[in-house]
Structures are given as C-alpha cells and as structure tokens.
Design a protein around this ligand. Structure first.
Ligand SMILES: C[S@@+](CC[C@H](N)C(=O)[O-])C[C@H]1O[C@@H](n2cnc3c(N)ncnc32)[C@H](O)[C@@H]1O
Length: 267
C-alpha cells in the first residue's frame, strides 16, 4: 500500500527505508491493512467525506481514483463503487497494480470495479450513479478545460437528484503558506494544475445545469493530500531556490494542510 496511507511516523516525507521498517513492525504487531487505512490521515479524511455522501445503497463513481483511497472509504459503506482513472498516465506507472493489490488486502475487491478512462469521457449510461466524486484529483487533470469537460460528463451519468462532489485543498485560504508555496512550485514544474478559483468552478457547474451548487471548507488537522515527498532534486532545474523556500515555510507551518474545499452540486 502507498506509504501515504500509513499512520505518520512524523510529519513530512519519510525515507523509504525507515518507512519499510515501520511498516514491517506495524504489520507484525497484528494490525490489519483495513485498520491501517482507517487510522491514517488520508484514510480518515476520505472517510469523513464518504460519511457525508455515501449510504448503504449509493452507487458511486470515483473519478481520478488514483491508488483508490476514496474508493476504499466508499467501499466500507456501499456495495457499488466504480473507480475510474487514466491509470499509468502522467508517469503513474504501477498505480493500477497498487490499486488492485490494496483493494484485495483491504478485502473490498468485490465491491469495486476499476475502469480505465478519462474524466472527460465517462463511458456509462444516463443516470447510472447516485454520486459522482472527484477527490483531490482535479489538480492532476491536464487543463482547466478538462475540469469543465468532467462537469459536462458528470451531469449525464448522474441520476435525477444525484450529487457531484469535488474535493480539493483550499489554496485560496491565506494560511498554510508552506503548502501553497510548494503547490505553486509544483505547478510551475508542471506537476500539478493551477487550479481554477472556487467561484469559477461554481459558475461552470451552474452553466452545465447543476442546481444547489455549494462551497464549503472543512478544517482538519490531517495531512490528507501530502505536498512534500522525497524526490530527485535534479528534476528541480532552476526551481531549486523556490523549493528551499517552500520547504522552510512548510517546516515553519509544521506541514499543515489547508482546509479541505468541498464543492457539491445536484443534478
Ligand atoms: C492525486 S491522484 C487521486 C487521489 C485519489 N482520488 C484519492 O482519493 O487519494 C489524481 C489522479 O487523477 C488522475 N487523472 C488525471 N487526469 C485525469 C483524467 N483526465 N481522467 C481521469 N483521471 C485523471 C491521475 O491519473 C491520478 O491518478
């Protein structure tokens, strides 16, 4: 399982070796993968979102499922989860395997179907889902147009009265300078998308015909979308100084994540 879903040894990136050692120790103590996920920062935040929107019979489409963290949280609550992602696009080689393996270890593989497709092409019939969610994924879309394209597709596959939920880090929040600085640096390197403003997304949703479009921010002390990882610093090019400043700010901030921005809309 991805190291981010583990309880933190400490805030910030954990060297691979230390992580493997800690994982062995935790598993040897009899803790299950399921417990590990539920106790992690990422698992807790995905569960917090799933708790609000997923009931026993909710048919969920998780768009940009990545390694499946939100899909797993949904599968603890409902039997029908469709997890969609480009998979292995954008340098994410191996994520599909990781997704399948973790799903098996978590014991929820019977409840989740994986579909390889794009957010701008949702290959399902009209009204197939009660909930379409995209959780901390739009930052990895190729362009703002793709986000609009996703909204356009989402309304079609939702049933009448069904809900769309988009979660992202609230980068408009003036606090969390370190997180924002690191995000800005990653954007310049092309590793994340420069996000549209929340009000821009609200307008796009209304233009698509969604009703009841709402914005909400949730404060958590969870490291739900880690922004600093150990990586090959030669890839930074002329962004080295910016990286050092962002790293310093993150340390000063104690690696705190911004509030979670939740956008909800109804078909
Ligand atoms: C940060 S990860 C997703 C996190 C995940 N939802 C979770 O709960 O942890 C972002 C994912 O978006 C996917 N992605 C990027 N562009 C996409 C697109 N056009 N359609 C579907 N998935 C896309 C990437 O492949 C990546 O797996």
């Amino acid at each position: 399982m991805a190291n981010q879903a583990l309880p933190k040894l400490r805030k910030g990136p954990v060297p691979r070796e230390a992580f493997d050692k800690e994982l062995d120790r935790v598993l040897a103590s009899g803790v299950t993968w399921f417990e590990l996920f539920s106790g992690s920062d990422i698992g807790s935040e995905r569960s917090l979102i799933a708790d609000r929107f997923v009931a026993e019979d909710t048919r969920v489409l998780d768009v940009g499922c990545g390694r499946g963290f939100f899909s797993f949280a949904c599968a603890m609550r409902t039997e029908s989860v469709t997890a969609l992602d480009l998979m292995d696009g954008g340098g994410r080689t191996g994520w599909w395997d990781e997704f399948m393996k973790t799903s098996y270890l978590m014991g929820n593989s019977q409840r989740i179907s994986g579909v390889r497709s794009s957010a701008v092409f949702l290959p399902f019939g009209r009204g197939s889902f009660d909930l379409v969610a995209s959780i901390h994924a739009i930052r990895n879309f190729q362009s703002k147009d793709e986000i609009r394209g996703f909204f356009h597709e989402a309304i079609n596959v939702l049933k009448e009265g069904g809900r769309l939920v988009v979660a992202e880090s609230d980068l408009e929040c003036p606090l969390n300078a370190g997180y924002r600085a690191m995000y800005a640096m990653r954007t310049k390197l092309g590793w994340e998308l420069e996000l549209p403003t929340a009000s821009q997304m609200v307008r796009w949703l209304q233009d698509e015909g969604f009703a009841d479009v709402k914005l909400e921010t949730i404060e958590t002390d969870l490291d739900y979308a880690p922004i600093s990882f150990p990586f090959d610093e030669t890839k930074l090019g002329d962004m080295k100084q910016e990286y050092q400043i962002a790293t310093k700010l993150i340390r000063e901030d104690d690696n705190r994540s911004p509030p979670v921005l939740l956008i909800t809309a109804t078909r």
